[in-house]
Ligand binder design. Structure first.
Ligand code: SAM
Length: 285
């Protein structure tokens, strides 16, 4: 029985399982999405409260166990099992997402949920402790990074509880944490690819100044090529009277971010800088 292929660490501690479901504060009208239900230790508790639960499980043997577990019980009618890879599945409407999935899909899981429409109310998700701490990191702190900024642009993230590796069978190698992610509704009107494009440049050299982040190899040619493409699309003539590098420098100096340490940039700073670049028709994606 290969538990590694699907990252199958079953949550055996009933107090933790109940705690996770309680923290979701489910209503009897809620439609719940659970990713990777395994044998259903969270699922049966969700089914006690929610109106309907859709689970996405990749391992057919696990799905079969879960089916058996609810067979003939009232909960059976409230459960929809989709067999397949969550990352490739078209999601139904849901109010709340609950998941303890393998840590390999942490990032795709968060971004798939945040880009799903209509927006859900909140998600209660178990992650490897380090990943959870990066989601929660505040600007300027040692763990503040591209992931923190990208997620906090769209959502409020709270720490819910720590979970010891001994709560699982078999125990994973790492400690875990449960976090709550509540999307900001309405979401900020900014294309993710643009914000992420800037975040990637800034956080790749997080201890340098913002100016030197833009001097990293490949950055200026990429921005210049986007700048030219956008001018062509909009049929605006290119102003080539000053070198492209000087244009970028003028934006960084003009906004006052040139000498700032990249790691100190908070979301408002990043949005302000992005908007100054956009005003000059310089895009990041
Ligand atoms: N949620 C259960 C629990 O807490 O006991 C099981 C947890 S186990 C860590 C992860 C589960 O996610 C396994 O059942 C595994 O088969 C499933 N899984 C792994 N990758 C998946 C994917 N990409 N899409 C859907 N399910 C996946």
């Amino acid at each position: 029985f290969n538990t590694d292929r699907f990252g199958q660490h079953i949550l055996k501690n009933p107090l933790v399982a109940q705690g996770i479901v309680d923290k979701a504060a489910l209503k009897s009208t809620d439609l719940v999405l659970e990713v990777g239900p395994g044998t259903g230790n969270l699922t049966v508790r969700i089914l006690e409260v929610a109106k309907k639960t859709t689970v996405v499980e990749m391992d057919p043997r696990m799905a079969a166990e879960l089916t058996k577990r609810v067979q003939g019980k009232p909960a059976q009618r409230k459960l929809d099992i989709m067999i397949g890879d969550f990352c490739k599945t078209e999601l139904p409407y849901f109010d709340v997402c609950i998941s303890n999935t393998p840590y390999q899909i942490s990032s795709p899981l968060v971004f798939k949920l945040l880009s799903h429409r209509p927006l859900f109310r909140c998600a209660i998700l178990m992650f490897q402790r380090e990943f959870a701490l990066r989601l929660l990191a505040r600007p300027g702190s040692p763990l503040w990074c591209r992931l923190s900024a990208n997620v906090q642009l769209y959502a409020k993230v709270d720490h819910v509880m720590k979970v010891s590796r001994n709560s699982f069978r078999p125990p994973p190698q790492v400690e875990s944490s449960v976090v709550r992610i509540c999307p900001i509704n309405p979401p900020p009107a900014i294309r993710f690819e643009e914000f992420d494009g800037l975040a990637r440049i800034v956080f790749t050299r997080r201890n340098k100044t913002v100016r030197s982040c833009f001097q990293a190899s490949g950055v200026l040619p990429m921005l210049e090529s986007n700048w030219k493409t956008l001018h062509a699309e909009k049929e605006v003539p290119l102003d080539t009277s000053v070198p492209f590098a000087s244009k970028v420098d003028a934006i960084l100096t003009g906004t006052g971010y040139s000498d700032q340490r990249a790691a100190q940039m908070d979301i408002t700073d990043l949005l302000e800088l992005l908007s100054a670049f956009h005003d000059a028709l310089i895009h990041f994606s």
